[in-house]
Design a protein. Structure first.
Length: 420
């Protein structure tokens, strides 16, 4: 794109005819464009209070649901209304907008987080929050079944737990052991998050060995074999109707209703679970994708970042807004207490109320193992969902057996170099 940009809200008050007096007193403006519906109302309330204190009019725009964020950004840029602060979701978002993103090295907030978005060692993105996932569990059900969550680090440990809970389904009032869907069009949790287990389980947070091979069209055959065992085990102990025809909404709601011992989702499931009446204690256990080699980590990291429009007329105001969001008591409370997110910053000791978010916060504060949150997003655009997704669905529906799944998976990875 050939971009000639001016920020939305660049002040026209500076051009007053009264000698400039109005320019020093008229409020500046700030436009924030973000993509989470649950953030909009509390963020706007915070922004209004912050703006009143700092003589800034702040507008929080949201694109979520059926809204196309990229299309909205394109339209704003074309109209000369590029937001002062906007969202990117990793490398793809950065690459799309890199010509208009300002660096933020040296900003005060950067000293309090390890989750800033960087490119070539330069800080460009302020982490909105931390999300994470493993296999979520209903701690009450596990306790009634006599299953110790600490044993859920290997395939054999999971197999023993699944078998025991499955034998007690009637007694426990369960429809299945694992609430999971891999139905056509609803396989994103498998082709994104479970795929991360193949790419990252057991490796250091910044280890890209497996994804680097995949980008060359190669699989790790031994690793893929134990990964397929894991997928097969999940499918075997899922309710087959839910697995092959269910939706993510149904999956989370039924877990919240106490009908399953495990849920294949992440921290974002807190609200749907609560809406379904789920008030029980929860936790996360690692995916056991390496057979009997122990996996002891959860997948966690920042899913999105606030970035600055380098051509904003009020870029200093935008920088102040982010620094205050990180450092002020109201800013800390906004993200954790009001919105229910896990803070990405070490200077924020608040803990979210949601059971899964709280469990992740405890995991982080205890210094437990974390696996990469981003390796699965390094594949070509659309590959995970459009190519791998139907393979997971076919395996779930019985269209192929485990050997067929491994072959289809291997063949799909082999196409990656041709898709770049």
């Amino acid at each position: 794109m050939a971009l000639s940009l001016t920020a939305c809200g660049s002040s026209t008050a500076a051009g007053t005819t009264d000698g400039g007096t109005a320019a020093s007193t008229a409020p500046k403006t700030l436009v924030i464009y973000q993509n989470k519906a649950e953030v909009t109302e509390p963020m706007q309330a915070y922004a209004d209070a912050w703006g009143k204190t700092n003589n800034v009019t702040v507008t929080v725009k949201t694109c979520t649901g059926s809204c196309d964020y990229a299309a909205g950004m394109k339209a704003d840029i074309a109209a000369g209304d590029t937001p002062d602060i906007f969202i990117i979701e990793g490398d793809t978002g950065y690459d799309q907008y890199k010509d208009i993103i300002a660096p933020m090295d040296g900003e005060d907030w950067t000293k309090n987080t390890q989750y800033a978005f960087k490119r070539d060692g330069v800080v460009y993105g302020y982490p909105v929050a931390i999300e994470g996932y493993g296999l979520a569990y209903n701690a009450d059900i596990l306790e009634k079944a006599g299953v110790d969550p600490s044993t859920l680090t290997t395939l054999s440990g999971y197999k023993a737990a699944f078998e025991k809970i499955d034998s007690m389904k009637s007694e426990l009032g369960l429809d299945g052991v694992v609430s999971l869907t891999a139905a056509d069009g609803s396989y994103w949790v498998m082709c994104q998050h479970d795929f991360a287990g193949y790419l990252s389980s057991g490796n250091a947070y910044d280890d890209t060995t497996v994804i680097d091979k995949a980008l060359k069209g190669e699989v790790d055959a031994d690793r893929l074999s134990t990964y397929a065992d894991w997928v097969e085990l999940l499918y075997k102990y899922s309710n087959q109707t839910m697995l092959t025809t269910g939706s993510a909404d149904e999956q989370m709601a039924q877990f919240g209703a106490g009908k399953y011992a495990f849920l294949h989702q992440g921290t974002w499931a807190d609200q749907p679970i609560a809406n379904a009446g789920g008030t029980f204690k929860m936790g996360f256990a690692p995916y056991a994708t390496l057979g009997d080699k122990e996996c002891d980590g959860l997948f966690l990291g920042a899913p999105s970042w606030y970035v600055l429009n380098k051509d904003s007329a009020n870029i200093d105001v935008a920088k102040q807004f982010l620094n205050d969001l990180c450092n002020s008591d109201d800013g800390k409370a906004l993200m954790v207490t009001k919105i229910g997110l896990v803070s990405a910053f070490t200077n924020n000791s608040l803990k979210p109320a949601g059971a899964l978010a709280s469990a992740l916060a405890d995991w982080i504060s205890a210094g437990k193992t974390a696996y990469s949150f981003t390796n699965q997003y390094k594949t070509p655009s659309g590959f995970n969902n459009d190519v791998l997704g139907p393979i997971y669905a076919q395996f779930a529906a019985g269209g192929v057996d485990k050997a067929g799944f491994i072959k289809l998976f291997t063949d799909a990875i082999a196409t990656i170099p041709t898709l770049k």
